[in-house]
Design a protein around this ligand. Structure first.
Ligand code: SAH
Length: 424
């Protein structure tokens, strides 16, 4: 008789060979195994969670959205992952262990609870924050945002669209956020990419998809199901507060959307001109202004429907001057190939903004393009400052709010840049 000596067999420890399976691996033997080439394996060993389809070694025999085991070409275990049969990102790693199907629910629950606990640490003074941020919470393909008492859920992969996993996620939400409404937000483009049948956004728990939520004491309307998406860029929550710490005088907020920065600036500035090309977004911004005007003293806000590039050009030519400017454009670089064009766009905006700032003025400038790196962004900005003939001091280098954590070694989770500067 031999005593059970733990999970690793002697053979495995000695030779490091995968042919000798642990007890746990044997139990999990029914899980499909996907082999990845050296590039895929190197990526996972370097701490990334993705393997692209081009790095899978055929034959690949796994069902859409299933749990798979990942191995390198020498059959060494790299972990367990969720598989997509259609996305270019074929594999999203969940854990470096080989787990059995019966362990998946507990693992996902554990990652969800970790995500919720982490927010208690970093987002305790707000009613609105991102509760689950996909890869950064080791729940690749799952997003959960909290807007006061309404939660919005997004399943971005085949796996999290499975009925059993959806139910598991919903049960966990109900347990940790009792009484909150839950809206499932559907991105039709993503469902198409994942080859999932079309589905409408819908209220799946609770009575109402609308609420009012508060960021740094500023109130916003939220409608999880309205024709026009309302809400906020929660990733900017801490940057709103930071910008308001330095803002003063006459302010210009370009790409205001529903007034995120503008409403914060109005608390401390004499006047704010807030620009966006979307009329529906500005209509909600105006309603948000009413909401806050009732409770607080705020500076004048002028909502302008305009193309920010044209407006900056015209205002600069007309000799308009500001004490505070915010630039928070949409992602100009959606792919790596767009980066040079995106940088030209960023430079044009920043150059004009710098020219319009009075001495001592403050600029908060952002980029949410993951493909534009922080160093490229700074280089662009340095060149804009030189061309504008302005000297600039860096007040704060910032990123996304702490409830949108970035996972080291998964650079895609680190996308937002926000720099606050003072012009001499
Ligand atoms: N600063 C906002 C988020 C901006 S999102 C906040 O904190 O909530 C980007 C916004 O840019 C969108 O509202 C979009 O309508 C607007 N936009 C896109 N292109 C534009 C352009 N050329 N001129 C003005 N607004 C534009």
């Amino acid at each position: 008789m031999r005593e059970y000596d733990g999970e690793a067999t002697a053979g495995r420890v000695k030779a490091g060979r995968p042919e000798f399976f642990s007890a746990r691996e044997l139990l999990a033997a029914s899980i499909p195994v996907i082999t990845v080439n050296h590039r895929g394996a190197a990526r996972l060993r370097a701490g990334h969670l993705w393997v692209y389809r081009s790095d899978l070694v055929p034959p690949v025999d796994a069902l859409a959205g299933s749990l798979v085991h990942v191995r390198d070409e020498r059959k060494r275990v790299l972990g367990s992952a969720l598989y997509s049969s259609s996305s270019q990102i074929a594999i999203r790693l969940l854990t470096s262990d080989a787990i059995g199907a019966e362990q998946l629910p507990a693992l996902l629950r554990e990652h969800m609870v970790n995500a919720i606990e982490f927010r208690r640490q970093v987002a305790h003074d707000t009613d609105s924050y991102r509760v689950i941020f996909s890869e950064a919470d080791l729940l690749p393909g799952l997003m959960l945002d909290k807007y006061n008492d309404v939660l919005t859920l997004q399943a971005l992969t085949q796996a999290f669209d499975r009925d059993d996993l959806r139910q598991l996620v919903l049960d966990c939400i109900t347990k940790h956020f009792p009484g909150a409404s839950v809206v499932e937000r559907v991105d039709p483009h993503i469902r198409e990419l994942e080859q999932l049948p079309p589905r409408e956004s819908q209220l799946i728990r609770g009575e109402s998809a609308t609420t009012i939520f508060t960021l740094n004491g500023v109130q916003f309307h939220f409608d999880g199901l309205g024709g026009q998406k309302t809400g906020a860029f929660l990733d900017q929550r801490e940057n709103y507060a930071a910008a308001a710490r330095y803002a003063q005088g006459e302010a210009l907020d370009c790409f205001t959307y529903q007034g995120g920065f503008a409403l914060h600036l109005a608390r401390v500035c004499q006047s704010v001109t807030a620009v966006d090309s979307s009329r529906p977004a500005l209509e909600i911004a105006e309603q948000n202004e009413q909401l806050n005007r009732a409770a607080h003293k705020t500076g004048e806000i002028e909502w302008m429907e305009a193309n920010a590039f044209d407006l900056l050009k015209d205002y600069a030519t007309a000799g308009r001057r500001y004490d505070t400017v915010v630039l928070d454009p949409p992602a100009f670089a959606k792919t790596k190939r767009n980066v040079p064009t995106a940088l030209r766009g960023y430079k044009e905006l920043n150059l004009r903004a710098l020219k319009m700032l009075r001495p001592g003025g403050v600029l908060a400038t952002c980029s949410c393009s993951f493909h534009v790196s922080e160093s490229e962004f700074f280089e662009m900005f340095g060149s804009a400052a030189a061309d504008a003939g302005r000297r600039v001091r860096i007040l704060e280098k910032r990123g996304q709010a702490a409830d949108h954590p970035s996972l080291l070694n998964v650079p895609e989770t680190n996308y937002l840049k926000c720099v606050i500067l003072s012009v001499i």
